[in-house]
Design a binder for this molecule. Sequence first.
Ligand SMILES: Cc1cc2nc3c(=O)[nH]c(=O)nc-3n(C[C@H](O)[C@H](O)[C@H](O)COP(=O)(O)OP(=O)(O)OC[C@H]3O[C@@H](n4cnc5c(N)ncnc54)[C@H](O)[C@@H]3O)c2cc1C
Length: 302
Amino acid sequence: MIQKTVDVVIIGGGPGGLNAALVLGRSRRSVVLIDAAHPRNEVTYESHGFLTRDGIKPFELRELAHEQMKKYSNVTLIRGVVKDVLKEKQQFKTMTETEDVIFSRKVIFATGLKEDIPSIEGLQDVYGKTVFSCPYCDAWEHRDQPIVLIGNTKQLIHQIRLIYNWSKDLIVATNGPAMLNQKEKLELNDHNIRLIETPIEKFKSQNSMLEHVVFTDGEMIHRKAGFIINTGATQASMLPQKLGVKLNEKHAFETQEHGKTKVSGLFIIGDAAKRFTGLIGAASEGYETAVFLNKELVEEDW
Ligand SMILES: Cc1cc2nc3c(=O)[nH]c(=O)nc-3n(C[C@H](O)[C@H](O)[C@H](O)COP(=O)(O)OP(=O)(O)OC[C@H]3O[C@@H](n4cnc5c(N)ncnc54)[C@H](O)[C@@H]3O)c2cc1C
């Protein structure tokens, strides 16, 4: 059981929280970072699009960060789950499930989102392995392969055009009547893209490698990869709401510039604030917020 007082508590040790810890550590701030270690992308084998780290395993990125952080003795990393945060006059009191209690002047939430994928048989087995939600993260590896795009939103036609950028061997499965007008349906025809509106029964795979999508009318199509539109991710932690920060219509926490919130001393960064920052975007927000927050502390102490 740990009990201490520090300048900043960071909740969440993904790229957002870790980069904030690094910059605050280098700013001579005492920092405690508490992380439950269940990042949004934990189901994937590889992460892409982060300069110098393209193809890295999600936890390898974190291990490298932990290793580099060792030289900053003013930064403490704790593996655990924060169960509550209270604002008491000028300080925050952060409590973990294992009864650690940390008092701090500022708190950064970098708690991310958790995926909420549709409950279709077999989807869990392939999600993050050969079926994904973010083409910028994973479509390159499946370029020119037989791909299925799964989902149905008002933005459907734009998603179809986007995935077609990586593979022209594309089938769209809307799992019900498609939200496409007649002109858009003709567009698919012109591009040789098949539209299947019949509900999906299951995904068939071998060792997480997608092989077939089976529909309720018995049809089975061969596909090697898939993309899902709108996986319905939810906040990993609702504690900011308890502290007075509202969720906007996209179910992201309302923030201002530099991750500030309307609660003085409370910051929110990464996916929790933007719904999707990507790894490098979250890391960048961690840097920006740390710089701003350190400046606030400098001014307060002058
Ligand atoms: C399948 C999939 C693949 C992806 N692939 C890529 C990719 O290739 N490239 C890319 O750039 N992006 C990718 N992403 C997106 C990327 O994962 C996120 O944008 C990024 O992780 C956001 O970083 P973050 O720091 O905001 O949150 P996260 O990385 O999700 O970290 C949040 C951390 O906070 C912890 N936490 C939450 N609540 C608490 C609590 N109460 N107490 C303590 N800790 C808590 C969580 O356990 C987690 O460790 C992918 C996403 C998915 C779903």
